[in-house]
Ligand binder design. Structure first.
Ligand SMILES: Nc1ncnc2c1ncn2[C@@H]1O[C@H](COP(=O)(O)OP(=O)(O)OP(=O)(O)O)[C@@H](O)[C@H]1O
Ligand SMILES: [Mg+2]
Length: 279
């Protein structure tokens, strides 16, 4: 039994590290000029081109949000920026240190909170670094807690601490706030902005929430069928964007093509390739 558990844990930890240890081994790593640079990037699964001929630049310290309907290729792009998927042979430049925060915090339940943050770090000051990061996200009183005793918002704050303790040049977040209630989400937004202003990583935030994108970002991109179909740069100071929101929101929503489902034919089209959805 213990052997099985240990094998499972080792497998899980290995997978976790594959996702979370963001030191680049890729030949694409580069820290000069724009932090991220993609030219004509294409990603296929079989015959299916998910992303095609995509150009993207992200400047050092820039906060970029990526909107797009489900299946438009957001996670696929994020995985490439994270170095999780190979971009061999393509014109892709990503920085050497990256960290990813996913929608679920992906904490190892058998490791205490501070050890989750310290995972993969080396050195004699690992505990202090983990503590400092947890202090930054307001969780220094939960250092020795087990992950399963944390709320959703607390778990995401631990995931943020785990990302930031690595001082990434590029912080990638894939719908990290989607499962949080409105008030917690608001608080985590404030926290993310504070951490970003202190550490100044470049950020790529994948979200379905247009208001969130407008509130947090320097630039909002809309991805559709593997191409960037809209780009809005927002120069108004954060906190003074309410007035902008209505117009910009409409513009982005129209590009998202979320629209309304008008009639039964549209509904049938939505479920066309998913005949076995249980209601
Ligand atoms: N490993 C894979 N093998 C085959 N197809 C894949 C693979 N990964 C993703 N896809 C397909 O690529 C398309 C884009 O997927 P992706 O996860 O990037 O979408 P997304 O924009 O993140 O969607 P969502 O908003 O639902 O998270 C989808 O059609 C998906 O089925
Ligand atoms: Mg996704």
């Amino acid at each position: 039994m213990n052997a099985i558990l240990s094998t499972l844990q080792t497998g899980f930890t290995r997978q976790f590290l594959r996702y979370e240890d963001q030191r680049a081994s890729s030949s694409t790593a580069n820290t000069t000029g724009g932090l991220v640079r993609l030219r004509g990037f294409t990603r296929r699964f079989g015959d299916n081109a998910i992303i095609e001929g995509l150009d993207l630049d992200i400047a050092p310290g820039e906060f970029v949000s990526l909107l797009g309907r489900s299946g438009s290729g957001k996670t696929t792009l994020l995985r490439t920026l994270a170095g999780l998927d190979s971009a061999e042979g393509q014109d892709v430049t990503i920085p050497q240190t990256r960290a990813v925060v996913f929608q679920d915090a992906r904490l190892l339940p058998w490791k205490r909170v501070w050890r989750n943050v310290a995972l993969g770090l080396r050195g004699s000051d690992v505990r202090q670094r983990a503590e400092a990061a947890l202090r930054e996200v307001g969780l220094d009183h939960r250092l020795d807690a087990w992950p399963l005793t944390l709320s959703g918002g607390e778990s995401q704050r631990v995931a943020l601490a785990r990302a930031l303790v690595r001082e990434p040049q590029l912080l990638l977040m894939d719908e990290p706030f989607a499962a949080l209630d409105a008030l917690t989400r608001f608080r985590v937004h404030e926290l993310v902005l504070r951490l970003w202003s202190v550490h100044r990583p470049s950020v790529m935030l994948v979200t379905h929430d247009v208001d969130e994108a407008i509130k947090l970002s320097d630039r909002v991109l809309v991805l559709d069928k593997g191409r960037i179909v809209a780009e809005e740069r927002i120069t108004a100071p954060r906190g003074e964007r309410e007035i902008l929101t209505v117009e910009l929101r409409e513009a982005l929503l129209s590009k998202l093509g979320t629209g309304r489902i008008e009639d039964d034919a549209d509904i049938a089209a939505v479920f066309d390739d998913k005949p076995n959805i249980p209601f």
